[in-house]
Design a protein. Structure first.
Length: 241
C-alpha cells in the first residue's frame, strides 16, 4: 500500500469527505486531494500523525512505498541545499542593506553639508539655484544633490556674470586633478580659457589678438573675480578644507 492509497482508504472507509479529513488533520480539502492523487506528499510529521491515528505501522508503510521514501530523501537534500544557499544569501542581503542604508545617510549628509557651506559663503536659494550677488557680479551654484553611488556631485561647477570694462561677461569655473579651469565669454563670439594652480597663479590658453587686448585691459579685475570664484568654489565644494 502506498501513502496515497493509505490516505484514501482511511478516509473512505470511515465515510469522510476530503474536507472532513482535512479538518481532522488541519489541512485543506485541496491538500487531501493532492495527497490521494499522489501529486504531493505529507511531510513525515504529518504521516506519523495519520499512522498513529489509524493504527497503521509506519515501518510497513514506508517499506511498501519506496517512491515516498525517495521523494522525502530528495526533499531533505533540497532543503539542506537551500539552507546552504539561503543562509549566506540572507547574510549578504543584510550586509548589502546595511551598506545601502549607510550610503543613503552619507548621501543625505553630503547634500545637507553642501547647502550649509553654500549659505556660509553667502549664497541664498532662489528659483532652485544658489545665488550670490556682489556689486555688478552674480555667482551661481547648482542645487546639488549627492548621487547615491558616487562620492562627488555630477556637475561641480560655479558660474558667474559680471562686467569687465564695458563688456558683459559670463564665467564658468570647474576643478579637476588639483587644477581649476575657467571659461570666460564676452561679446558675441569671444572666449578666454585658462587655469588657476594651487598657488593661485592664473594662466591663459592661447589668446587671439582681440582676447589678448581684452586681458591686458581688464587683467586685474578679471583675475580678482576668478580668484574670488575659486574661493567660493572651495567653500561650497569643500576643497582643501
Amino acid at each position: 500500500m502506498t501513502v496515497a492509497e493509505m490516505i484514501r482508504e482511511t478516509r473512505t472507509s470511515r465515510h469522510m469527505t476530503q474536507e472532513e479529513y482535512g479538518d481532522k488533520f488541519g489541512v485543506t480539502r485541496q491538500t487531501v486531494s493532492s495527497w490521494e492523487n499522489d501529486k504531493s506528499i505529507p511531510d513525515l510529521e504529518m504521516l506519523i500523525l495519520i499512522c498513529n491515528t489509524y493504527h497503521i505501522s509506519l515501518d510497513v508503510l514506508l517499506n511498501e512505498d519506496a517512491k515516498y521514501v525517495n521523494r522525502m530523501d530528495v526533499l531533505k537534500k533540497a532543503i539542506r541545499w537551500m539552507k546552504k544557499i539561503l543562509i549566506p544569501l540572507a547574510a549578504l542581503c543584510v550586509v548589502l542593506m546595511a551598506l545601502g542604508f549607510t550610503r543613503y545617510l552619507i548621501t543625505i549628509n553630503e547634500t545637507r553639508e553642501f547647502r550649509t557651506r553654500a549659505e556660509e559663503a553667502g549664497f541664498s536659494f532662489e528659483n532652485k539655484i544658489w545665488v550670490k550677488r556682489e556689486g555688478n557680479s552674480t555667482f551661481k551654484l547648482p542645487n546639488q544633490v549627492m548621487p547615491f553611488w558616487r562620492n562627488e556631485f555630477y556637475n561641480s561647477i560655479l558660474s558667474g556674470s559680471t562686467i569687465l570694462g564695458d563688456e558683459p561677461c559670463s564665467l564658468y569655473l570647474n576643478y579637476e586633478d588639483d587644477v581649476y579651469t575657467f571659461l570666460l565669454r564676452y561679446g558675441l563670439e569671444h572666449s578666454i580659457e585658462g587655469s588657476v594652480d594651487a598657488r593661485g597663479n592664473v594662466s591663459y590658453e592661447k589668446l587671439s589678438v582681440d582676447t589678448e587686448a581684452f586681458v591686458q585691459k581688464n587683467e586685474k579685475e578679471m583675475q580678482d573675480i576668478i580668484k574670488k570664484m575659486v574661493y567660493y568654489y572651495n567653500v561650497a565644494y569643500n576643497i582643501g578644507q
